[in-house]
Write a protein that binds this ligand. Structure first.
Ligand SMILES: [Zn+2]
Ligand SMILES: [Zn+2]
Length: 145
């Protein structure tokens, strides 16, 4: 196997190697942002990289969300890169969204998942996907007051 030279700056995240260029650009932009980004903010950010049509961004986002590499926050209509490499095989994803600084904390909580599982069992409801969005103030913003 030939030695391949990679001149991209190395990155901590290990992402799927089969992303298209656009998907990779969108995911990198999300991963480097401190707060969730809307499709139009992504378009603004990536204009210089050759993404000019909203459809290019939407298509890339669709694929990333489908694969669990990024998540859509319904209440903000914005996107974040998945922060938890284990969440892709879990049914529940929870986000704590800070109203003050906009920071989003992704977590999966076994207790919440169990409670929901019990409820679903009692109701006979078949859960396919659960996304929780918790709005409030992060620890840092609470302290800053
Ligand atoms: Zn995730
Ligand atoms: Zn905050």
């Amino acid at each position: 196997m030939a030695h391949s030279h990679n001149d991209h700056s190395s990155h901590d995240h290990v992402w799927a190697a089969d992303l298209t260029r656009n998907q990779g650009l969108v995911l990198a932009a999300l991963a480097h942002a401190d707060t969730p980004l809307s499709a139009y903010q992504l378009l603004d950010t990536l204009r210089g990289d050759g993404l000019r049509a909203p459809l290019q961004v939407y298509r890339a986002l669709d694929k990333l969300v489908e694969r669990g590499l990024a998540h859509r926050l319904e209440s903000l209509n914005a996107f974040v890169a998945c922060a938890d490499e284990h969440c892709r095989r879990k049914g529940l994803i929870a986000f704590a969204i800070c109203n003050a600084c906009g920071k989003v904390d992704e977590f999966a909580d076994a207790v919440i998942e169990e409670c929901l599982g019990d409820w679903a069992g009692v109701k006979g409801f078949k859960v396919e996907r659960t996304t929780m969005e918790i709005r409030g103030k992060c620890a840092q913003c609470v302290q800053a007051v």
